[in-house]
Design a protein around this ligand. Structure first.
Ligand SMILES: Nc1ncnc2c1ncn2[C@@H]1O[C@H](COP(=O)(O)OP(=O)(O)O)[C@@H](O)[C@H]1O
Ligand SMILES: [Mg+2]
Length: 203
């Protein structure tokens, strides 16, 4: 299984990823856990440019291509080999992030974003994608004062991203919309409710 968590920064992706990984480990599984951008040596360098070098201005297409380059490396060198060896992969963000942020958020052509996603992933899509939806104010509040390139773009940008996520999640196969304002434990219970039936019963 290949599972992605999606949503605005601060919505609770990392929290739910940890909880799900723990549940899987308790079921004697050993999932591979990755994050985007990053997760490979070159991907981590790209992550640094994208998230920690605010002084570097770049055009939206450049930004998209950097995300796709990171995604391509991660897919080719980590995700595909892990899936091929029979392991589960949990990812903190994947292709849907580019559709939401670079497409709906930055205004790049959605067909272009989807096409580059397809090229970068070789057509690999998660079997399940959980969107943790929270209002923009809640996401920003939870993130505290942390600022990066994306957080410098204003609240309207995040509103577009959130709307994009909500539009897309109902259209993609295996998409699940979660109310991120529920309590952490209630949410992880809900996620587990979807995943537990997919975990093979011990023989
Ligand atoms: N359901 C929730 N309710 C309240 N606070 C939450 C919830 N989920 C996560 N948080 C808190 O919000 C902050 C951001 O969560 P995090 O998992 O790091 O989000 P993300 O990885 O999506 O940026 C953390 O301090 C976390 O403890
Ligand atoms: Mg996180």
């Amino acid at each position: 299984m290949f599972i992605a968590l999606e949503g605005l920064d601060g919505c609770g992706k990392s929290t739910q990823l940890r909880a799900l990984a723990q549940r899987l480990q308790q079921s004697k599984m050993d999932p591979v856990i990755v994050q985007e951008p990053g997760g490979t040596p070159v991907g981590e360098e790209i992550r640094h440019i994208l998230l920690h070098r605010e002084e570097l201005k770049m055009a939206p297409l450049t930004e998209l291509l950097l995300y796709e380059a990171s995604r391509s490396e991660l897919t080719e060198t980590v995700i595909r080999p892990a899936l091929a060896s029979g392991r589960w992969v949990l990812t903190d963000r994947y292709s849907l992030s580019s559709v939401a942020y670079q497409g709906y958020g930055r205004g790049l052509d959605l067909r272009l974003v989807r096409e580059l996603n397809r090229i970068a992933t070789g057509g690999l899509d998660p079997q399940m994608t959980f969107l943790i939806d929270v209002p923009v104010e809640v996401a920003l509040q939870r993130k505290g004062r942390a600022r990066d390139r994306l957080e410098g773009s204003g609240v309207e940008f995040y509103e577009r991203v959130r709307r994009g996520y909500l539009t897309e999640i109902s259209r993609i196969s295996g998409g699940v919309l979660l109310d991120g304002q529920k309590e952490i434990a209630a949410l992880s219970e809900e996620v587990w409710g979807y995943i537990r039936p997919l975990v093979a019963a011990p023989s």
